[in-house]
Design a protein around this ligand. Structure first.
Ligand code: HGY
Ligand code: MN
Ligand code: MN
Length: 415
């Protein structure tokens, strides 16, 4: 039992994780897909709101569809403590990314309800819109707007990779709320999340005390060459957009990542050729570049090296290369005091833990702009995520949620 006699309903937390994971599930692929503002995302949102109402939380929805379930304070009007994450997913995702943190937040609120007590300050459980940024960029969009880093109107006017307008889709699924984003300014924000990487498992730790989060640079690159016959066009006369794209991907791995400290990461997750026909030299290649590094200087150096390479490649291959910046977030340091509370909670429970950097982007990096924020990680089996094989043992999930409840109570006891 935790200090104030609050206890988590662990079986219900696990049932809700599985139930939410079943929404948008594709048995053939093995995962679930609830891309932001699709019907599947709506179904997930509807289920979350039902669970919030079952706990008699005050459900508030803001203009960009961020959902908050608020457990009121026993008295007084101190700023709320906020926990949360996201419930939108990438394509064919695991069941835990984001969802675990939101549902563990509900479990924290439920612990108070089941004990028949109210917290000293209100507890807000947040589910932010479009954390994944798959359909509409940037990622972490809902929390970015909440934190004042993007105007609500700009988010509503964002055009997706499918040509839809975010605000239209939000209205279509019935989550165009009326609360002004950023209305809820928490005194602290704590996000529980799976690590999505291999470190905790490799180090045989159960809790990650996340001190910082690496910088993220997303861009879309468009190469325009000349379509031509695959059988009649000598190599020296080609302006092959497909080859140029492949050269970029190879350069990123060999020269940008290979020549940099081990911390720089480069990923091309999306690549499209036109006309995408076996015997036609591609006239166009459109691909994405995701660069990350915990150090801002190294991230800038990686961006610059790649930009210089594109200029030289365009000249050498006789193609045009255009880039469009989609996302750029600097590395973020979380609140040392909150990190200390997380570490103390893990230590009190005798849980092996370690301090670490987050490789993935999270809503906490946006909330850190307006409130002391920190994250708690639990292990991911084989470090796998953004993949149906994403897995964390039930016992590990429960321990993480208990640490979250401990930290919440610790914060509420202090302020
Ligand atoms: O891209 C990320 O790191 C996060 O999953 N949106
Ligand atoms: Mn996530
Ligand atoms: Mn994710």
């Amino acid at each position: 039992m935790t200090p104030a006699g609050l206890s988590l309903d662990a079986p219900l937390l696990l049932r809700q994780i599985h139930a939410l994971g079943a929404i948008g599930h594709d048995a053939a692929q093995g995962g679930r897909t609830r891309i932001a503002l699709t019907d599947a995302d709506k179904a997930g949102r509807d289920q979350l709101v039902r669970w919030m109402r079952e706990l008699d939380l005050d459900v508030r929805i803001d203009r960009v569809g961020n959902i908050f379930g608020i457990l009121p304070a026993a008295s007084g009007d101190g700023r709320p403590l906020m926990v949360g994450s996201h419930i939108d997913t990438v394509r064919n995702a695991g069941a835990l990314d984001g969802c675990y943190g939101v549902l563990a937040g509900l479990a924290v609120a439920r612990a108070y309800r089941q004990a028949g007590i109210l917290p000293r300050r209100a507890i807000a459980v947040g589910a932010f819109t479009n954390e994944e940024g798959v359909r509409y960029q940037p990622d972490m969009m809902g929390s970015l707007v909440h934190a004042g880093g993007m105007a609500a109107q700009a988010a509503l006017d964002a055009i997706g990779i499918d040509g839809t307008r975010l605000g239209d889709e939000l209205a279509r699924i019935g989550y165009a709320g009326d609360m002004e984003p950023g209305t809820l300014v928490p005194r602290e924000y704590i996000e529980l999340h799976i690590e999505q990487g291999p470190l905790l498992e490799a180090e045989d730790r159960l809790i990650g005390v996340v001190e910082n989060l690496q910088g993220i640079s997303w861009q879309r690159v468009t190469v325009t060459g000349v379509a031509n016959h695959a059988g009649t066009t000598p190599t020296r006369l080609r302006h092959d957009a497909g080859y140029a794209a492949a050269a970029c991907i190879a350069y990123l791995r060999e020269q940008v990542v290979g020549a940099a400290p081990a911390t720089t990461l480069a990923t091309t997750g999306s690549l499209r050729f036109e006309p995408d026909v076996i015997n036609v030299i591609p006239r166009k290649a459109t691909f994405t570049v995701d660069l990350r590094d915990p150090d801002e200087g190294r991230l800038q150096a990686a961006e610059q090296r790649f930009a210089d390479f594109l200029v030289a490649l365009a000249a050498h291959e006789g193609v045009a290369i255009d880039t469009e910046r989609l996302v750029r977030f600097q590395p973020v340091a979380f609140d040392p005091g909150l990190a200390d509370r997380i570490e103390a909670a893990a230590r009190r429970r005798g849980l092996p833990h370690m301090r670490m950097t987050s490789g993935a982007g999270h809503d906490a990096q946006m909330m850190a702009r307006i409130a002391p924020s920190a994250m708690i990680f639990v292990p991911s089996r084989e470090g796998i995520s953004h993949n149906p094989r994403e897995h964390t043992d039930d016992a590990q999930l429960i321990l993480g949620a208990q640490v979250l409840l401990d930290v919440v109570q610790d914060c509420l006891a202090a302020h």
